[in-house]
Design a protein around this ligand. Sequence first.
Ligand code: GLU
Length: 430
Amino acid sequence: MDNGQLPATHRSQQVFEDSPVFEMACRQLDAVGEVIDLDQGVLERLMKPKRSLVVSVPIRMDSGETRNFWGYRVQHSLTSGPAKGGLRYHPSVDLGEVAALAMWMSWKCGIMNLPFGGGKGGITVDCAQISLGEKERLTRRFTEEVLCIIGPRQDVMAPDLGTDEQTMAWIMDTYSMSVDYACPEIVTGKPVELGGCVGRREATGRGVVYCVMKALQEIKANASDATAVVQGFGNVGSVVCQELSTRGIKIVAVGDRYGAIANPRGIDLAALNKHMQARNLLKDFPGAEQIPSEELLTTPCTILVPAALERVITSANAGKLRCRVLAEAANGPTTPDADVILKGSDIFIIPDVLCNAGGVTVSYFEWVQDIQQYLWTEQQVNQKLEELMLRAFNQVRGFAQQRNLAMRTAALSIGVQKTAKEKMRRGLYP
Ligand code: GLU
């Protein structure tokens, strides 16, 4: 501490204005402000998250020592209903990233016309470095720390990177213990036995593929001749691969944080899934060649699907993309500088806030079912999801054509406008 700085273990990134991800979200909002007529005061309000909570989360490690982790929950908007959005466990989580992701959730819910505002949370932790027991204690203690701002009518969490159905089950249990009744509607993406919705786990990937099939029609490409490259093989990426290949599309390359593989004849997904289930690394799959990770996104293909982290398509690689459709399954994969480069290409972009909105849409179905205590069938869920995704796709495409806008600007405009209109209608209190 001689140089006046706290040691790294005590420091956290708690100023969202300094974050490149938050800056990116603000730049996108600024661009929307230039094309649609927005009240300046409302635009300024939309630039700032409504409420941000930073908590230190102490837990007892298996070794007996105590460790503190930083936890965050940001509610970007509470105008349209409860804040809604995932909880991310990843080493790169900081307040700025969570605030940007919360803002994007607002636009996503707006585009899909869901009665939610945007929310997001996270803990700065590498899940590969903690045990299951430590993860459970971390989740339960985090839930305790944010109890003052969450609730089925205030803020409803869901899985994101590093969290899953089990994480949601722990949150549901911790919250239910505190209110003294079983409250499934406090989270979505729960196990089905606890009130989770059938088809929720696959929903983001399925929604991506519904959009991709529409985009192929738009560019008049045949699915049977199409190839795909997918970055990320987690909950979203693996489902995208499966759903694309079911529709006759060849997966020619995939990658995850440990490496990437390619096979121009198409990767055998059943064999890859088996390989992964046996706890092997994706890059060691014998049915494909290893390629450098940085070559994955520039591999020639019809459909490129970034399904991992934000800001992977930048000004450095945007000009080298060799795809016809860019389906943004991840949140924020393309930087505004890359967008400028892509504008000059003929790549059809399905922007993140539309492309990956299937997850929160089925989360909405789950919340509605839990509140009504009335369960839908998987067929009802998938049918309704497809209907809402296609409606949103057509609306965004129509607005883009009518106003000669990029798909991203059109999508964001629709999402922003919905929240802005509601703010105007409700007025400013007092
Ligand atoms: N984490 C997901 C997302 O980024 C899902 C959010 C939700 O279901 O609430 O869209």
